[in-house]
Design a protein around this ligand. Structure first.
Ligand code: NAI
Length: 361
């Protein structure tokens, strides 16, 4: 029997602990906001150190989904789920179905889909016990793996960032560092390589890194050293929190734009990037392609292809406006983007200049 316990959600709308001893399921579902619609956000499976780490991740990721869905003008709120465990070791059909059972019992307040450690086949397994799941491999509105669309959105973000910073979005001969060669990072490398970019890449999985280095004619970099490689663009496509003060200190790129959620440990790093003259593309805009793809399935859009294209274009327009405003206000785009989404959410905000603090000077 799958047990659902409500935990204190703090400033979020809801937080659930989900467990099932028979199949070893321990998961957390966080609902940050349903202000714009049912909460939607992927399911991540990771070997968290403890329950507290998993809860923190679910809470931060679900908040990011609220902003991401608002930025893309989707009729969806922000939610996220995490399962504690290593996908290669602990994932089983029983565990996925038990998780689906919990999602079903939330009665549509939360829609799940793929995130790290999950595949369309896993979503199909989850769909055996809930109808509130997207990113399915088959079916009338099935959207499949969101990563290729996420990668396209990141590429758009890179180009818009380059245009703003250098006046030119041509990638021929540009050096791009890609951190994380999973579903999104791999697709992004392929797109960048096709456009003539020179790649430097890193991944904690050495086999994957070696394979990518050979395929994309890329330079393989050791671990965190990736942020020290001289390049035009850095694309964080692994985990969150990688844009630390230490990493920023050594960075020499002009643009940072990638797929990873919650790239900034805090607002402070947005200021540091700005002060170092590095254009940071807010992650919740750069990586919105995936949820746009998923939203077409949740919203049962008939002509999904054109709808997704229009939404991607609109997201690019939003990003362009955010970067223009940030440049005018001599402020990190992070603060301007926050202002934009909080306005969409109907939340009263301080002036950007107040939030931006020292970087307006
Ligand atoms: P994935 O699980 O397929 O790939 C992640 C890759 O990063 C793996 O190859 C892993 O070995 C590597 N990695 C982990 N820690 C690392 C580190 N410290 N340094 C270098 N590499 C490391 O995940 P996926 O789907 O590609 O997602 C990547 C990021 O983008 C995640 O933060 C995810 O939340 C975010 N994202 C993904 C979307 C999607 O459509 N899949 C949509 C929006 C955001």
């Amino acid at each position: 029997m799958t047990e659902i316990t409500e935990l204190d959600p703090g400033l979020h709308e809801a937080l659930y602990r989900v467990s099932n001893g028979a199949c070893g399921l321990l998961a957390f579902i966080a609902i940050h906001s349903t202000r714009l619609g049912p909460a939607a956000g992927g399911l991540r499976m990771r070997g968290y150190a403890d329950e507290a780490a998993a809860v923190t991740d679910a809470l931060r990721l679900s908040e990011g989904m609220t902003y991401k869905n608002a930025a893309a003008d989707l009729p969806l709120g922000g939610g996220k789920a995490v399962i504690v465990g290593h996908p290669a070791i602990h994932k089983s059909p029983e565990l996925l179905r038990a998780f689906g059972d919990a999602v079903q019992r939330l009665d549509g307040r939360y829609w799940t889909a793929e995130d790290m450690g999950m595949t369309p086949r896993d979503m199909a397994e989850i769909a055996l016990t809930t109808r509130f799941v997207a990113g399915l491999p088959n079916g009338t509105y099935a959207s499949g793996d969101p990563s290729p669309v996420t990668a396209r959105g990141v590429l758009n973000a890179i180009r818009i960032g380059l245009r703003h910073r250098t006046g030119n979005d041509d990638l021929t001969g540009r050096r791009v560092t890609v951190q994380g060669l999973g579903h999104v990072g791999w697709n992004l490398c392929s797109l960048l390589r096709d456009l003539g970019a020179h790649l430097a890449i890193s991944d904690i999985d050495d086999t994957r890194k070696a394979k990518a280095a050979a395929l994309f004619d890329a330079e393989a970099i050791l671990g965190e050293m990736i942020t020290r490689v001289p390049a035009d663009v850095h694309a964080p496509c692994a985990i969150g929190g990688t844009l630390t003060g230490g990493a920023i200190f050594h960075m020499s790129t002009v643009v940072v734009a990638g797929a990873a959620n919650n790239q900034l440990p805090s607002d402070e790093e947005a200021r540091q990037l700005h002060e170092r003259g590095i254009l940071y593309v807010p992650d919740f805009i750069a990586n919105g392609g995936g949820i746009i793809n998923v939203a077409a399935e949740i919203c049962q859009i008939e002509a999904r292809g054109p709808w997704v294209e229009r939404k991607l274009e609109a997201l690019s327009t939003t990003l362009d406006a955010v970067l223009t405003a940030a440049s005018d206000q001599k402020c990190s785009p992070h603060f301007v983007a926050m202002e934009v989404v909080l306005e969409k959410l109907g939340q009263v905000q301080n002036a950007v200049s107040e939030r931006c603090g020292p970087c307006t000077s």
